[in-house]
Design a protein around this ligand. Sequence first.
Ligand code: BTN
Length: 256
Amino acid sequence: MQNNTFSRLFVGQNVVTLKRVDSTNTFLKNELSKSTPLSEGTVILADEQFAGRGQINNTWVSDPGKNLTFSLLLLPKFLNPENQFLLNKTISIGINDALTQIIGGNVKIKWPNDIYFNDDKLGGILIENILRGSIISNSVIGIGLNANQTHFPTDIKNVTSLKQILHRDYDLTELLAELCGSIEYRYLQLRAGRLEAINRDYLNSLYKLNQAHKFKIDTEEIEGEITGIDKNGLLEILINGEIRKYNFKEVTFIHK
Ligand code: BTN
């Protein structure tokens, strides 16, 4: 374990680096069950995860030492659990901001919170909220970002990395500092109740907003157009003149 600091107010002030761990999300959740409280903004960073987790029980695979795999602790006690999708939006646009700055453009958020460059996935987010009564006592924000990996398993399609985009290695410490800075900026917006900015900027960065696209819904391939996200985070798609709402498990984007 090694500790580093960045000059932010709190996000990334305390970085714990692990050589090898099952999953940084699992590690951080275990730490939270111990008696010593961790400070808000603590980052658990792993060189290697041997059981990295993705959304809906998927795995997250990443070459050791090449990418960023980390979990950030936030304590959004001010956020009603009914509005927890706002946290997904906040983190997604924070990452989107940093990557847009680095890459220059074409970075999008694929609902609910995948980070895309053009039509390829650059990163993913796994948020695990721990509720105590009607309060979000802890939020474990797991972030995986493909930085310097250039070869991916053949069964993983539509994937890219910063190196594939920029044609050079990117310093992982610098990248983490940039992400922490822009996540903190957006989180402070959320905490200050500047929800208009968050909702607007999430929508402005949304992949395939107002564009015809094919989706798999149940077993059917359907053409539709994303028109927005409702306040619970459901995806709104215009299909045959009618807006229908879907949760994450019900709809898949079909890529060419
Ligand atoms: C997804 O796109 O399915 C979400 C991927 C999230 C991966 C990150 S890597 C760091 C953290 N630890 C995990 O086990 N998962 C998240």
